[in-house]
Write a protein that binds this ligand. Sequence first.
Ligand code: GLN
Length: 492
Amino acid sequence: MSDQFPSSVAQLAAGLRDGEYSSVELTKAYLTRISEHDDALNSFITVCDESALAQARAADAAIAAGAANNLCGVPYANKDIFCTSDVRTSCGSKMLDNFIAPYDAGVVERLNAAGMVMLGKTNMDEFAMGSSNETSFYGRTCNPWDLSRVPGGSSGGSAAAVAASLAPIATGTDTGGSIRQPAAFCGISGLKPTYGRVSRYGMIAFASSLDQGGPMGRTAEDLALLMNVIAGFDERDSTSLEMPDEDFGRLLNKPIENARIGVPSEYFGPDLDAEIGALLERAIAEFEKLGATICEVSLPNSQLAIPAYYVIALAECSSNLSRYDGIRFGHQCENAVDLTDLYERSRAEGFGEEVKRRILVGTYALSSGYYDAYYRKAQQIRRLIKQDFVNAFDDVDFLIGPTTPDVAFTAGCHSSDPVTMYLSDIYTTAVNLAGLPALSIPAGQVSGLPVGLQLIGNYFSEAAMLGLADRYQKNSSWHLSHPSEICAGGPS
Ligand code: GLN
């Protein structure tokens, strides 16, 4: 970022409140930056120049009237999975290319109520199905650290936009790693909250028992600030947690002396790149120096997370996506001869290859005769995976390990082999199966590419986890590194 504007949301909000710059000035600076750099990155599907400036003017008026919330006037990028009543919501799919939702998602209502300024809707894997952003109907997003590489997925547009300073913070969703994995690949911080913390109302469904929205930003402190806006009970989401509001930043800037951190031995096996392993050992030693107690733990069913996830998520997606029938939502084929033809061709034309693959596999796993062999078995394994975490949290407060087995891979290299692609979720999916909170923060670089460190906490431990991450970031500088060729300058 430039001298004129700081890069953290905490500092941006303070500058707005102190009148150092207006929200209109800030918003214009980010919009300019998007127009200069997003042709190269493709991190946005829709940029909202006019509505963003209108929101910024309203925010400036609220700030002047002394009626502003903490993040009033701060710009953000919104993953194109959250329904917005005035802006198209595509979910990265041709199926919803022209879809304008009749209402705002619960998360969007909260962002609007806070007076935040939506710069645009970010690129993503189609219906959030992917680990690379390559399944988007709108073309792949490039990783700002190396344009030939993927930014991760499915919230890759949000991650790339934040990493390249096209937005100071963004929303994402995480069904099996889609906040943490792109955060790791792009060198930013991302939090997947406890299942049920953030409303799924108006968040387009992929796998409902796993989907969870969350913040993506530069620092743990910024994640806490956005969590304070987007988290909270929503009676329109049947799995929303009815808990009192809390300040997710209350444990920032606190010592971590009493933290007991477990290192799962299964996360440091042969699947992990050796250089990443060595970097993480160094980061773990750093936590120890800061006062945490480190010990080894075991999550014996870790290897079963990928197969269980890819049965359960696909089964749920086959059901969730049945609503796209060419009648009520989205793309409709032309000149249908009868109802079956309408269904078949609308879906054949509207969905991309990966989405079709998943609907087919999911339907198969749920079909009579195979339900017991696959779906029921996967649910039983899910229970075992959850129990592994429950057992580990008897002895420790947090778990630490890699977010991904490798750094960002080259675009196209896994396209013909979906199973290899699925294996890049090896350290993230178990958390979703158990419904736990977890975050990824930058902890080093291998060959100039960012490496993510994952912290996993017990249910509802977001504030403590953010406190731990904040302590690490106050004593390290990886979260401050920028990809140089894209970020030279920053808004000015
Ligand atoms: N990469 C995983 C998948 O393709 C996770 C996606 C997600 O979290 N939305 O299913």
